[in-house]
Design a protein around this ligand. Structure first.
Ligand SMILES: C[S@@+](CC[C@H](N)C(=O)[O-])C[C@H]1O[C@@H](n2cnc3c(N)ncnc32)[C@H](O)[C@@H]1O
Length: 264
């Protein structure tokens, strides 16, 4: 990776699409379509192509990773137990940016009904092949197709990291708020920046050529955005990376409850 810090203020080019709509609207347009004919911004097309290309290597790297990630398993278990206690067995959960579906499968084994959504058709194909009992769909978290209040819970594990403008992060949080039922739960995982926020460009991932950006977050900033979006943060965890298991970045996890807030 090579990179320079790049604040949202530097991303004006992405703010307004060809139809004059802001990227934070559910109909933000750009260069390409996803399932259902929805258009996505150009940089999301690059993310999609990148994950299509890296699907094999990424799946090889992560499909078994939760075995080594005790804190992640503990948080996912608490998330599923809370939803089951609150909403009953098979409470509906969206895994936004599900990749090859290993986190969705872990949650499903805990008795919740998971639908995985991912920008990358290759990832969705792989998730369906590996977990044929689960549902996976192509889509973007900045314009979810689900109806309002569709999910009892929503997780986004290392997927909002590719929404590199503040406006896009807010668009995704607005969609999470719209599609999660009142008092439902949100669980988000991100990488933290060593010196606050930064966006880093990658042209290679796991030995495969890619062309996409990664965002490294400031935890307090994200807490503020999640809160402003209409969630109450109930738990936060910052942990060091597990050696030999994952990229060596500090990780942050937020568990938050939908409490109303912004208009949807
Ligand atoms: C770093 S991977 C994380 C995958 C999985 N959640 C995990 O924990 O391993 C990021 C995933 O998010 C997906 N993604 C990126 N931007 C997205 C968007 N706007 N909407 C839906 N999925 C997206 C990518 O295609 C990729 O599969």
């Amino acid at each position: 990776m090579t990179g320079t810090a790049q604040r949202d203020e530097d991303c004006q080019a992405h703010r307004v699409d060809a139809d004059g709509e802001g990227v934070n609207g559910p109909r933000a347009h750009g260069a390409a379509n996803i399932a259902g004919g929805e258009a996505i911004p150009e940089h999301q097309s690059r993310v999609r192509r990148s994950y299509d290309a890296v699907t094999d290597a990424y799946t090889e790297r992560v499909h078994d990773e939760l075995r080594h990630k005790r804190l992640d398993r503990a948080l996912l278990t608490a998330f599923a137990e809370q939803l089951r206690d609150q909403f009953g067995p098979q409470a509906s959960v969206c895994d936004a940016g599900c990749g090859p579906g290993h986190v969705a499968a872990f949650l499903a084994d805990l008795g919740v009904a998971v639908t995985g959504i991912d920008l990358s058709p290759a990832m969705v194909d792989r998730a369906r092949a590996l977990h044929p009992e689960l549902t996976f769909e192509v889509g973007t978290m900045t314009a979810l197709e689900a109806a309002a209040g569709r999910w009892k819970g929503l997780i986004a594990f290392y997927s909002i990291i590719h929404l590199t403008s503040d406006a896009e992060i807010r668009a995704a949080l607005r969609e999470f708020h719209r599609t999660v039922v009142d008092r439902g739960l949100l669980l988000v995982a991100v990488h933290l920046g060593e010196f606050g926020e930064a966006t880093v460009h990658a042209d290679e991932m796991l030995g495969v050529g890619v062309d996409m950006d990664f965002r490294f977050f400031d935890a307090e900033w994200l807490v503020g955005e999640v809160t402003a979006a209409g969630f109450e943060v109930e738990a936060r965890l910052v942990r060091a990376p597990y050696l030999d298991v994952e990229v060596q970045t500090t990780r942050a996890y937020l568990m938050a409850r939908r409490v109303g807030g912004m208009e949807t």
